[in-house]
Design a binder for this molecule. Structure first.
Ligand code: BDP
Length: 601
């Protein structure tokens, strides 16, 4: 599924704006066929946005179940002989779409796009109605995993449903990314797969164009930034050799444009699609992560798609600000914790040379060892694994051509100590490598809850041998030995060395941080103050600098973000280096100083 781009043969119409919206309180929309006529009794809701924080109604904010969206739109008459597609950037978490009462597509999974061909059901030159039913219910077989608790005692009324066992971010819901109408020719370029390599000073681009229908010929032009043709290619499959190629480098991105044209027998143009292409290579050694043959040190963050009012709704304003802040602070990378981010974010990372670890929404698959295992047939293996594989397929299908993506993260903090989890993850890893042999693969690990956390968990060894990079989240002096900053050097150094010694692979610190309330000060530092966050980071960094197998530091988190209400969260998670409004805490200046003057690439 290609990202929608306009061309001589394609048009894109954005349906963003105000939609009609209705909560399905009694779960009756499907039974009463709400899609068959205009919804009625609706309120206004912006798209894209999470619906949770838009109103003053607590019920809407915390609703678990279906909501319905609707909009009237027109399709121009001259689109009649073409293919018209309705494409949803994402809807959290499961959605069904009807056009004029006819179902056109349904999709499971809240962070990836889906589309339906609506050419047969749409009325050209007339009003059409699109209806979406969106469900935010999570269970053992969804990603993220969650469980809905319904209470049976008299102190909790019937229908009192609460999402439990969910991860540490708010379950924002709704249509989160743009809904677009796309016009393509009936015979069209359906996909393209591009991989790149470097041979001394030359760049190599191997490509495969997939056409839906038949075209007599396919012509390829590779254009430089000024629009000049660098090299020309022929056919659906081939290799472009670029003399003295300009490389896609971290924080110094160069993007070529690969122009694909499909022609008919009589020489007329059928379809044109243009893809930005960055030439770069990725490799790992036992101690290094190499981009274009040079050791790369990850400086940056675990992030979230999260901001005031719009929740997880796509917003160019917030995204542009975030990239500007990353540039300002000297970061070169981030992880899409804990789900694939919008395509617009990935495009921006490509343009700005920000390296991305692309994470799938497999989060919430972790529990304390004392609780019943998660990876059993009834809970996750089987049906859950099938969904995980499907999400990986869709994610790789969507992101495979982004030069910014260097590594797939298949999960965050799963119970990888459970014996059955090894079989489970081995299957996901194998499928990922089969689908994309060019990128690195990892799973983000954590301390086994309830343990001291300074010993690599023995049973996690099983999984590490299948990964390219060992990624660990560590909270010394926060969750472990709270308040005891002086233990960081000892514990972190010991821990990191153990991982390296056991697995002989580069180690990346994917999370470390401290909740910090902006404006709270105390010296000597105590937890939750700005001084504590600074001192903690500084001690982590001094330790990392001694370790030649450490390939990077991703602070948790880029900005403060919303979570569910818990006694350990004061209006959300406050581990941000920036506030939720994107203002710097003191630690931002410490990081800026470190990262701007960093000797590593
Ligand atoms: C880590 C999780 C992350 C949390 C973080 C925290 O990966 O999602 O937000 O802890 O507790 O374990 O701040």
């Amino acid at each position: 599924m290609l990202y929608p781009r306009e061309s001589e043969t394609r048009q894109v119409k954005d349906l963003s704006g105000i939609w009609n919206f209705k909560i399905d309180k009694n779960n009756e929309g499907f039974v009463k066929k709400w899609f068959s006529q205009p919804l009625g009794n609706t309120m206004e809701m912006p798209v894209p946005a999470s619906y949770n924080d838009i109103t003053q109604d607590k019920y809407i904010r915390d609703h678990v179940g279906y909501v319905w969206y609707e909009k009237v739109f027109f399709v121009p008459k001259d689109w009649r002989d073409c293919r018209t597609v309705l494409r949803v950037g994402s809807a959290s978490h499961h959605a069904t779409v009807w056009i004029n009462g006819k179902e056109v597509v349904s999709h499971r999974g809240g962070f990836l796009p889906f589309e339906g061909d609506i050419s047969e059901v749409v009325q050209f030159g007339n009003a059409n109605r699109v209806t979406l039913a969106v469900d935010n219910t999570l269970d053992n077989y969804t990603l993220p995993r969650g469980e809905i608790q319904t209470s049976k005692d008299e102190m909790h009324p019937e229908n009192h449903r609460v999402l439990v066992n969910f991860c540490d971010f708010y379950n924002y819901s709704g249509i989160h990314r743009p809904v677009r109408l796309i016009l393509t020719p009936k015979i069209y370029i359906a996909d393209v797969i591009v991989t790149t390599d470097i041979n001394e000073t030359d760049g190599i681009i191997d490509y495969k164009v997939i056409i839906n229908g038949s075209a007599a010929s396919i012509q390829i032009n590779l254009l430089d930034k000024d629009g000049h043709i660098v090299i020309h290619g022929q056919g659906a499959k081939g290799r472009l050799e670029v003399k003295n190629a300009k490389l896609w480098e971290p924080r110094n991105a160069y993007l070529y444009t690969m122009e694909m044209k499909a022609f008919a027998e009589n020489g007329s143009l059928i379809d044109v699609y243009r893809l930005p292409v960055g030439i770069r290579t990725i490799k790992v050694t036992d101690k290094q992560f190499l981009i274009n043959g040079k050791p790369f040190y990850f400086k940056g963050f675990g992030k979230h798609e999260d901001s005031d009012i719009r929740g997880k709704g796509h917003d160019d304003v917030i995204n542009t600000k975030d990239f500007n802040l990353m540039k300002w602070i000297g970061a070169n990378s981030f992880r899409t914790s804990h789900y694939p981010y919008s395509e617009e974010i990935m495009n921006m990372a490509d343009r700005l040379g920000i390296v991305v670890i692309d994470e799938c929404p497999a989060v919430g698959l972790g529990d304390v060892p004392a609780n019943p295992p998660i990876f059993t047939e009834e809970r996750i293996n089987g049906k859950g694994m099938e969904h995980h594989l499907q999400v990986m397929r869709e994610m790789i299908q969507r992101d495979k051509n982004h030069p910014c993506v260097v590594m797939w993260s298949l999960a965050n903090e799963s119970s990888t100590w459970e014996k059955n989890s090894i079989k489970y993850f081995k299957r996901i890893i194998d499928e990922t490598r089969k689908l994309d042999p060019t990128r690195m693969v990892t799973i983000v690990l954590h301390s086994m809850p309830g343990q001291k956390g300074i010993q690599p968990e023995l049973r996690e060894r099983g999984i590490c041998k299948y990964l390219d990079v060992v990624c660990v989240n560590r909270y010394f002096s926060w969750y472990l030995d709270s308040g005891q900053l002086d233990l960081i050097p000892l514990q972190l150094e010991y821990d990191m060395k153990q991982w390296y010694k056991r697995f002989n692979k580069p180690v990346l610190l994917t999370e470390y941080g401290a909740d910090t309330i902006a404006g709270l000060h105390q010296d000597p530092p105590v937890m939750f103050t700005e001084e504590y966050q600074c001192e903690m980071l500084d001690l982590y960094h001094k330790t990392l600098d001694k370790l030649d197998f450490a390939i990077g530091e991703h602070v948790w988190n880029f900005a403060d973000f919303a979570t569910k209400q818990r006694i350990v969260r004061a209006v959300g998670n406050k581990k941000g280096i920036f506030t939720r409004q994107r203002q710097p805490k003191s630690a931002a200046f410490l990081l800026k100083k470190r990262w701007e003057n960093f000797s590593k690439y």
